[in-house]
Design a protein around this ligand. Structure first.
Ligand code: NAP
Length: 213
């Protein structure tokens, strides 16, 4: 039984938790306010879910998913995530997060910054361009002609492999857009972003990632 430490239990975290449980995973969920505030969600998700602190969720997970915006102040459970693959669903949105000049200038991607915050983990940008409510609506079995694709970026091939397997289980084709320095190609405002609501085939996603300037 594989356990996912899910830090962030908002729109994305709770939808990914539903998909994960539906595919046989157990999840340990955390938010910023504390496990008692997740009681209703855990009751709804059933026996494969429990609530914990972020530190406990990180320690319990065979791998982890972070689903909250990047912040300069590093309050992540770095030691508990050491050696683990960490998926990060964050999108950099300056109107919401404030401006990060190093990202705005193109010197680094926001996911390279996350990797720097977690130097002993293997960070992967994942699930960033599927709207949380669309995760189940767009999912299709492997081989379906209308199956949509999702991009993954990481500096670590085993993290790309894990995310690719997860995408396939959740009903999507993977497109490897590594390393993290290339992950700006799937940022809000790029050509592929126009399709984040409707989805796009693997061929279209590859084409749209290449068109990013
Ligand atoms: N919404 C979407 O459809 C969508 C799709 C793809 C990607 N994204 C990206 O994914 C990220 C999450 O989006 P969202 O819509 O799920 O956000 P959200 O609904 O605001 O949820 C954020 C969650 O993260 C928790 N959190 C925040 N800081 C934390 C910390 N330091 N430690 C532990 N938990 C923390 C919050 O806990 P509290 O509530 O207790 O503060 C909340 O549970 C964003 O960067 C977004 O751009 C969103």
């Amino acid at each position: 039984m594989t356990t996912i430490g899910m830090i962030g239990a908002g729109e994305v975290g709770r939808q990914l938790a539903r998909a994960a449980i539906g595919n046989g995973y157990t999840v340990v969920l955390a938010n910023s306010r504390g496990p008692e505030t997740l009681r209703d969600l855990v009751a709804e998700l059933g026996p494969s879910a429990r609530a914990a602190t972020a530190e406990e969720a990180a320690a319990a997970g065979d791998f982890a998913i972070l689903s909250f915006p990047y912040k300069v102040v590093n309050d992540l459970p770095v030691d508990a995530l050491a050696g683990k693959i960490v998926l990060d669903t964050n999108n950099y949105m300056a109107w919401r997060d404030g401006h990060f000049p190093v990202v705005d200038s193109g010197r680094k991607t926001v996911h390279e910054l996350r990797q720097e915050q977690l130097p002993t983990s293997k960070v992967a940008k994942a699930f960033t361009h599927v709207q949380a409510p669309s995760l189940f609506r767009l999912a299709r079995p492997a081989g379906s002609p209308d199956r949509q694709a999702l991009a993954v970026s990481s500096n670590h091939p085993d993290a790309v492999d894990l995310v690719s397997r997860l995408y396939d289980q959740f009903g999507f084709d993977p497109v490897d857009n590594s390393p993290l320095s290339e992950s700006w190609r799937s940022a809000p405002g790029t050509p592929m972003w126009n399709f984040h609501d409707t989805g796009q085939s693997r061929a279209a996603l590859v084409r749209n990632l290449a068109r990013a300037r």
